[in-house]
Design a protein around this ligand. Structure first.
Ligand code: HEM
Ligand SMILES: [Cu+2]
Length: 581
């Protein structure tokens, strides 16, 4: 198959790197584009923070920025924070986790040569890329870009008269629709590949947790994203064809949007965190040199979180006038999610316990992930509680919570994954010292930036306001806003270390060996970087699970999945019997 497969692809630059059908190249395309958008999203965050910390000082580069980015204008502030959030969610976190790492890792980790549908995979990237381009183009049209928050609640989003944004909002809708379509295409591919293309011996319960997490995430994407797509379609019709699905002026229902939006977007918050949970599990086991604690419990709690994710969306709507009985059911179902989340957290701690821990940059980010996820998870329980949520709804408590899970969680998971898999992706090592400094400083300044936001929120500081000093009761808290902003700038600045390391190492990094971390899963059996088709003549055969570190009686402290010979039999597994051939 391999020779035939190789022959199908033209070796030209365009075929190899632009319209590539190779899962690894597509993964790297997603990575580069998302990282570029991260720079833009981060830059917008700095503008937001400048305005909130120093509302009466003009932002430094005011004269070089487009006039429409001046946050001191309330309408423009809305646009800036809307695009910060929309870019971070739709163009950074989701595409990095599923597009970049889903693509790169799934075939390599299950011992396949590529995705099930390589052409669909290529299409997914280019449709997603067009979506990004359409969203980005909205910055340049008359009236400016979308300004209704990433949640796009009608009537604001349904009728241009409220925001003054006409085409910009429509482009946002079309762009998100395209990105969602790309996401559905990717999900079909990941699910099919994992179900059908595992190497001989790769039982489901021998798959690394990254693959499990990406698999369950793909199921979420496949089931939830069409709901968003149809809601966006209706919103688009409201704006362009004069329908009134959501616009109350014509008898539409604003709450219908909220239900549809959150029916997608709550599962989507798990789309944004489950893959990181998977990466962190694999990375922690590798660098603690210990089997993951409770492998099957980890898998079932991923499933539990994903399943519960579909019945909790109403917790975003406690303040919408919903019947209190319904509110209580949403409250209880939401709190139940703490159970699988806690199982995961205790299993991570159990994995660390007694381990021979190696504090690599990837491991530090994984540890940072777990600790910030605990804080973000705990603040989530506060918000799940209806009586508490009445006070903290729409305040900076929410902004604190969401950054603890999205930045401290998802993004630290991404940093862990980039540090861990960079050698496999590019065949070069990152400079570990620079990235250790980056990891430590990011963790410190992340907490200094976002922890105080809980306190602001408890003090009643509203979210999505452009000038806190306009409110007398917020004035005493302005020094805290300044403190947050200064730390945010340092946090933003620290990311330059990572970016410089990432770019320089592509050219001058030390050449990577096949398995620099002495890890077990199959991707480390392929060359760094793996060739087209991944495995040469024969796909590997799998003899055991991916977590067999420090087995008693072994000379090496790791046992690759494809190494023939008996490992210590682990419960529930038959050693040496390939599941499929
Ligand atoms: C240094 C980095 C960052 C800073 C300083 C920052 C700051 C902020 C601030 C101050 C807001 C609230 C704006 C307002 O309510 O007026 C906000 C909103 C938001 N941020 Fe960030 N952010 C950063 C990074 C990120 C990252 C990495 C993500 C996601 C991966 C993210 C996702 C969001 C989202 C989803 C919102 C929307 C909240 C809403 O709609 O009200 N942010 N950010
Ligand atoms: Cu939710």
């Amino acid at each position: 198959m391999s020779a035939q497969h190789d022959a199908q692809h033209s070796p030209s630059f365009i075929g190899k790197y632009i319209f590539s059908q190779d899962h690894k190249i597509i993964g790297i395309q997603f990575l580069f584009v998302s990282l570029a958008f991260m720079v833009l999203g981060g830059f917008l965050a700095m503008i937001v923070r400048w305005q909130l910390g120093f509302p009466d000082k003009e932002i430094p580069l005011a004269n070089v920025l487009p006039t429409s980015w001046n946050p001191a204008d309330p309408a423009q502030y809305n646009a800036v924070f809307t695009m910060h959030a929309s870019i971070m969610i739709f163009l950074v976190i989701i595409p990095i986790l599923t597009g970049a790492f889903g693509n790169f890792l799934i075939p390599l980790m299950i011992g396949a040569r590529d995705m099930a549908f390589p052409k669909l995979n290529m299409l997914s990237f280019w449709v997603g890329f067009s979506g990004g381009a359409v969203i980005a183009s909205s910055f340049f049209v008359e009236g400016g870009t979308a300004a209704t928050g990433w949640t796009a609640y009608p009537p604001l989003s349904a009728d241009p008269q409220y925001t003054g944004v006409a085409l910009g909002q429509t482009l946002w809708i079309v762009g998100v629709l395209l990105v969602g379509t790309a996401s559905i295409m990717g999900a079909v591919n990941y699910i099919t590949t994992i179900v059908n293309m595992r190497a001989p011996g790769m039982h489901f319960f021998r798959m690394p947790l990254s693959v499990w997490a990406l698999f369950i995430t793909a199921i979420l994407q496949l089931m939830a994203t069409p709901v968003l797509a149809s809601a966006l379609g209706m919103l688009l019709f409201d704006r362009t064809l004069g329908t009134h699905f959501f616009n109350p002026a014509g008898g539409g229902q604003v709450l219908l949007w909220q239900h549809l939006f959150w029916f997608y977007s709550h599962p989507a918050v798990y789309i944004m965190i489950l893959p990181s949970m998977g990466f962190v599990s694999d990375i922690m086991s590798t660098f603690a040199r210990k089997p993951i604690f409770g492998y099957k419990a980890m898998v079932f709690s991923l499933m539990g979180i994903a399943g519960l994710g579909f019945i909790v969306w109403g917790h975003h709507m406690f303040q919408s006038g919903m019947n209190p009985t319904l509110g209580t059911t949403f409250m209880i179902s939401t709190m139940v999610i703490a159970v699988p989340s806690a199982i995961k957290t205790f299993n991570w701690l159990g994995t660390l316990w007694g381990g021979a821990i190696r504090f690599t940059p990837a491991m530090l980010h994984a540890l940072a992930f777990v600790s910030t996820f605990i804080i973000g998870g705990l603040s989530g329980i506060f918000m799940a509680s209806t009586p508490v949520d009445m006070f903290i709804h729409d305040t900076y408590f929410i902004v604190a919570h969401l950054h603890y899970v999205l930045f401290g969680g998802s993004l630290f998971g991404v940093f862990a994954a980039i540090n861990f898999w960079y050698p496999k992706m590019f065949g070069r090592m990152l400079n570990p010292t620079v990235n250790l400094v980056h990891a430590v400083l990011s963790f410190i300044f992340f907490n200094l930036t976002f922890f105080p936001m809980h306190i602001l929120g408890m003090g009643g500081h509203m979210r999505r306001i452009y000038d806190p000093t306009l409110y007398d009761f917020l004035k005493p808290m302005q020094p805290m806003n300044e403190f947050i902003s200064v730390n945010a700038f340092i946090l933003g600045g620290v990311q330059i270390l990572f970016a410089a390391n990432f770019i320089c190492s592509l050219f001058w990094g030390k050449k990577a060996e096949r398995n620099p971390w002495h890890a077990n899963s199959l991707e480390w059996a392929a060359p760094s970087p793996p060739p087209h088709g991944n495995w040469g003549e024969k796909v590997p055969t799998v003899y055991r699970g991916p977590f067999e570190y420090s087995l008693p009686g072994m000379t090496e402290d790791y046992m690759p999945q494809d190494l023939p010979g008996a490992g210590a039999p682990t419960p529930g597994r038959t050693v040496m019997t390939p599941a499929r051939s």
